[in-house]
Ligand binder design. Structure first.
Ligand code: DGL
Length: 286
């Protein structure tokens, strides 16, 4: 299906909106951070809700699904796509940047969320012991460990997979008492592994919705890092350094939402993440 407003965006030379992709709703916390920082730009959000969660899926499948989404956002005219999902950033970003872009779309750019998050930990930790909560897939990929090691060799990073947290958020249970057990359990497991941790990355875009509970059960001297703000700062810095890309981005303060699931369901749930009502369109990636 083709949407007339996309035609408008696409026809404006080779200019277009910033694409933001996530397996589902989580990337809305990234979109929210970016829009607050850069409200004048146009955005297209794409959630692959029909196939979420990506956390337990293999590298090959996450790569295939993520590439389909990136291609779709390119077809919609986006010169720049942010993979606003840690799992997809961990399992697909590098291959897309190194294998797909150079031959298939050399004038487009795809950025992820792990590197910009890793960049901030060095200046926040005093003990040089950092933790990360993420999906099983992100922890097993060791992407945070590798990025942090490259940037801050003196930092010890310890990961904790929280497989129940995404389903809790997706099912609207993030502010219910049942969530407390799973939040406490993962915090205890992480701090048992490394009691010297003074900074914890919330390395999954769903986790900001559990922020109040995570804060409640985490000792107060430990800083928590949700990603939206830092990704937005990093993107603003990127566009300052790449004015050629900045000039290719349309600035009409429009935001469009697409999902591979029911548009009504997405519109209802997305408003919980964004605290505003939106209207989504259903789209197919295959
Ligand atoms: N939003 C994804 C992330 O940041 C997690 C959801 C999923 O497993 O699909 O890792």
């Amino acid at each position: 299906m083709w949407f007339p407003f996309l035609h408008d965006m696409f026809e404006a030379g080779n200019k277009g909106a910033i694409g933001v992709f996530d397996s589902g709703y989580g990337g809305l916390t990234i979109l929210d951070g970016i829009r607050r920082r850069m409200p004048d730009y146009d955005y297209i959000y794409l959630g692959d809700n029909a196939r979420a969660p990506y956390g337990p899926r293999s590298f090959d499948v996450v790569y295939e699904f993520t590439l389909q989404a990136v291609r779709k956002l390119f077809q919609m005219g986006c010169p720049l796509v942010i993979i606003g999902c840690n799992t997809a950033s961990a399992k697909a970003l590098r291959s897309i940047q190194q294998n797909y872009l150079p031959t298939e779309a050399p004038d487009r750019r795809v950025l992820g969320v792990i590197r910009p998050t890793a960049e901030v930990v060095g200046r926040l930790t005093k003990t040089h012991h950092v933790g990360v909560f993420a999906t099983d897939g992100t922890i097993k990929s060791e992407s945070y460990k590798l990025e942090v090691k490259k940037l801050f060799p003196e930092v010890t990073l310890t990961g904790q997979a929280c497989p129940m947290w995404v389903p809790i958020v997706e099912n609207g249970e993030y502010d219910k008492p049942g969530a407390d057990y799973f939040v406490k359990d993962s915090i205890n497991k992480l701090l048992e592994k490394d009691p010297e941790i003074d900074t914890i990355i919330l390395g999954c875009t769903h986790f900001p919705l559990l922020y109040d509970k995570i804060r409640k059960y985490t000792p107060s001297h430990i800083a928590l890092i949700p990603q939206g703000h830092y990704i937005a700062e990093s993107l603003a810095d990127y566009l300052k350094r790449h004015s050629d890309m900045d000039q290719r981005l349309t600035k009409g303060a429009k935001c469009q939402f697409f999902t591979t699931e029911s548009s009504q369901k997405f519109s209802e749930n997305a408003s919980v993440f964004l605290k505003e009502s939106i209207e989504a369109h259903r789209i197919s990636l295959t």
